[in-house]
Design a protein around this ligand. Structure first.
Ligand code: 26W
Length: 797
């Protein structure tokens, strides 16, 4: 950022200039939207210089670049994040105040850019911010969905989805790039011409670029997030229009735009829909064409591509990048197939984010053969090449099996490095889903434990705690999170712990005020704010949480005179629209909340809340006000989790299983600062083989039997007593995610939480120890790992 940071007066002038000349609004008639846009443009102006200089340095020093390909970037809001990274949050507040505006209200006016489902998409957003903060020459490639993840509201406790439309208002953070366009072909046929294979697509759309600068901490560098929008090759069919067939005239455009119209809301089950495949290829082809155009503009020898380009595939969704790169190198550059495949392997890296079988993408050879005939040929050739190189490879390692193209195997075989996202997950990737390929390619699988950006998830979300940290250990931790260790000596300082508790309490009071406004419920800030926020899925076991809550409610009613520790249970999360069981679980939580929250017998000592439409902005509001972090997935199922890191950083100890990154969090914060329960991953596998494991567990637990009986008799759905009989049947007779078998251990851990809470100083020390010891989980550290182990890239700062 320019030498002298702008003063509040400078910024005020810039805001007024944009209000007047960019928005054409008189301050006297400006709306909150206008003020937000004016401030956004004023701050955006200050990003341009570090953005341009980053590009100049990268070109000037011919630096190797990282290209991060992802179908999802769960960015959230940008205004406050940009103001903080430019060090201008307070200056912005002053400038707006001088203009009679409140920064908080202006910030709230910005819609979330909800271009993702959950963990995978948010990780991509944290990575982009970390790479900009560290000065890594990088570019993110994604799709500019017109509609992000659906809006969630509840009708009688049931999730109802409505289209999200973040672009109904202008998006101030992007620059349109009408000159950056690529034609993307689909379908058609492949012919032989002069010994070369030539693809003749029968359909095509145009990908046009929209660039959003992502500025890093202290505004020293900014990278580009390039999002592609689909537009028609032919805008408008005039003949049909003149013939009065207006709909038909507009059809080409409508059809083309369909490709970037909406984000697929599934986060674990592959849709298998042609449109999804087209979205994946649309992203991959526009990105690879853009990467090669940029490379060729400064380099002659395409064989040296891997020295200058690293491409990371965020799960299998961009796995067509390999075949697309090889297509261009063979069909356009005339390279031999084997050489093209070697270049692709040296360029590509693949990150696996899940072991769930239903999430591993498999496209039928028919579907790929139909939509991408030339790529199907190349995939076949890649498989043959791999078979030739490994004659005794087990059949499961093949890319094509049973008329299906396994995108995991394709991504693995076309990459020089494959990584898992936590230590446990990476071991499970080696031992299960890619065990045979691991044996064939030892050393290809590496671990890169996930991380989160401390700028958004502490500095922005929790100013009270951030100020205390800076007061205690000085600043600098924002870009070097290991410095939090300097808090260690203060863990036994009563004054520090009081201040720590005061910061947490101020966040809880603020949240209670918001809940009062939004939901009309009164919260006791002295209660434990016990929070489970994430996508709703059976493996994440929101069901276990609500069943234990019913048990607690029942015991409170049975002994209202007892000195119960007050508890506020907060749930947040969306279910994929087609995921019926997850929707039933949401409905159950709301049904239980309706009964518990209105129950005078427990005198408000237990509340169950489910604020609708959980998203990045809501996470920023809930996490700083949380006391307990629910990370209770069936061991072996949550690849990493990143919410777990955000809670620990903000002083909410974890109640959790040894799953994903929980294992590493517990190792670092210490076993006595973590409420562990449940089976380990190997125990889960063993327990599954016990016939009737659920029935046995239920019969062994009085508490659980009482809970299930209340459900069976419709205690929370008097208007439809049998409403949860399906869920109960699942539990008694399947319970694939071992809710029943882990129930007693979970309930016992919750009682440990209650007794720990009674020791105020002890709890505060535990919370502060979490903050002090999770510096490792900064996404800056994660990116350093990728740079060293996968991309061989140096930072420019
Ligand atoms: C094809 C449909 C689909 C869409 C998204 C399948 C799978 C996904 C993602 C891989 C699901 C996801 O978000 N996985 C989460 O990734 C996080 C970042 O690595 C991890 O922290 C979570 O544990 C993992 O569930």
């Amino acid at each position: 950022m320019s030498a002298t940071a702008p003063t509040a007066d400078d910024l005020q002038a810039a805001i007024l200039r944009h209000l007047t000349f960019t928005l054409g609004k008189d301050a006297a008639h400006a709306s909150r939207y206008d003020w937000r846009m004016a401030l956004s443009y004023a701050l955006r102006d200050l990003i341009v210089e570090p953005w341009f200089s980053a590009t100049r340095v990268t070109y000037g020093e011919d630096r190797k670049r990282v290209y991060y390909l992802s179908l999802e970037f769960l960015i959230g809001r940008l205004l406050e994040d940009v103001s903080i990274n430019l060090g201008l949050r307070d200056v912005s507040a002053k400038a707006l105040a001088a203009l009679g505006q409140d920064l908080g209200a202006v910030i709230e006016d910005e819609p979330d850019a909800a271009l993702g489902n959950g963990g995978l998409g948010r990780l991509a957003a944290c990575f982009m911010e970390s790479m900009a903060t560290m000065g890594v020459p990088a570019m993110g490639y994604g799709i500019r969905y017109e509609h992000g993840l659906f809006r969630q509201r509840f009708e009688a406790g049931q999730q109802v989805e409505t289209p999200e439309d973040w672009l109904k208002q202008k998006h101030p953070w992007e620059f349109e790039r009408p000159e950056v366009v690529y034609e993307i072909g689909f379908k058609g046929h492949v012919s032989d011409e002069g010994g070369r294979r030539v693809w003749h697509p029968s359909e095509s759309v145009v990908a046009s670029a929209h660039d959003t600068p992502i500025v890093g901490w202290q505004g020293r560098w900014a990278n580009t997030l390039r999002l592609w929008a689909a537009t028609p090759t032919t805008m408008f069919d005039l003949d049909r229009f003149n013939a009065g067939d207006y709909a038909a005239a507009a059809e080409p455009e409508a059809l083309a735009r369909t490709i970037s119209r909406v984000l697929y809301p599934d986060d674990t089950t592959e849709a298998g829909k042609e449109l999804r495949l087209k979205q994946e290829y649309f992203l991959v082809s526009s990105a690879v064409q853009d990467i090669l155009r940029r490379y060729r503009s400064g380099h002659g020898d395409i064989r040296k591509l891997a020295d200058h380009v690293a491409i990371q595939m965020n799960d299998t969704h961009p796995a067509l990048a390999g075949p697309e790169l090889i297509r261009i190198l063979v069909d356009h550059d005339g390279l031999a197939f084997d050489e093209a495949a070697r270049i692709a392997e040296a360029v590509l890296g693949y990150t696996n984010h899940t072991l769930l079988p239903e999430a591993l993408e498999r496209w039928t050879t028919w579907m790929i053969g139909n939509v991408l005939p030339r790529h199907m040929e190349i995939i076949g050739a890649l498989d043959a090449r791999h078979a030739a190189a490994h004659p005794c490879r087990p059949p499961g390692t093949a890319i094509i099996e049973n008329d299906q193209v396994k995108m995991g195997e394709l991504a693995f075989i076309t990459s020089h490095k494959v990584n898992g996202v936590s230590a446990l997950h990476t071991e499970l990737v080696k031992d299960t889903v890619f065990a045979d390929l691991h044996a064939l390619h030892p050393g290809r699988i590496v671990n890169q434990t996930n991380g989160i950006t401390p700028r958004r998830w502490l500095k922005l979300a929790n100013p009270a705690l951030s100020a205390l940290v800076t007061d205690t250990i000085g600043d600098g931790w924002e870009a070097d999170l290991d410095r939090l260790e300097a808090l260690e000596p203060h863990l036994d300082d009563a004054g520090f712990l009081d201040a720590y508790g005061a910061a947490k309490r101020s966040n809880k009071v603020a949240l209670a005020a918001w809940v009062k406004d939004e939901m009309g419920e009164t919260l006791d800030p002295e209660a434990i704010f016990d929070v489970q926020i994430k996508r709703v899925h059976e493996y994440k076991r929101q069901l276990l949480n609500i069943l234990e809550t019913i048990g607690l409610w029942h015991r409170m009613r049975a002994a209202p005179q007892d000195d119960w520790v007050p508890r506020v249970k907060i749930f947040g999360g969306k279910a994929a629209p087609g995921y019926a069981v997850a929707k039933q679980i949401i409905r159950l939580i709301n049904d239980v909340g309706r009964v518990v929250n209105a129950d005078p017998a427990i005198k408000g000592r237990l509340k169950v809340l489910y604020p609708a439409n959980y998203n990045v902005s809501m996470a920023e509001r809930l996490i700083p006000a949380s006391d307990l972090s629910e990370q209770i997935s069936t061991a072996g199922k949550e690849a990493s989790g990143t919410g777990n890191m955000k809670f620990a950083l903000n002083g909410a100890p974890t109640i959790g299983t040894l799953d994903g990154a929980n294992v590493e969090i517990r190792d670092r914060v210490g076993a006595d600062n973590f409420f562990l329960f449940g089976m380990t991953a190997p125990e889960v596998v063993a327990r599954r083989n016990v016939p009737d494991h659920a029935r046995q567990a239920i019969e062994a637990s009085e508490d659980l039997q009482v809970v299930l009986q209340l459900l069976a008799e419709g205690r929370f759905s008097p208007e439809e007593p049998e409403r949860y009989h399906g869920l109960l049947d699942q539990l008694w007779n399947h319970d694939h995610f071992l809710v029943a078998s882990d129930y007693a251990s979970y309930a016992a851990a919750q009682r440990e939480v209650d007794s720990a809470w009674r020791d105020r100083a002890g709890w505060l020390r535990m919370a502060a120890a979490n903050t002090a010891r999770v510096g490792f989980f900064s996404s800056d550290r994660t990116i350093r790992g990728y740079m060293k182990d996968i991309w061989s890239v140096k930072a420019a700062l």
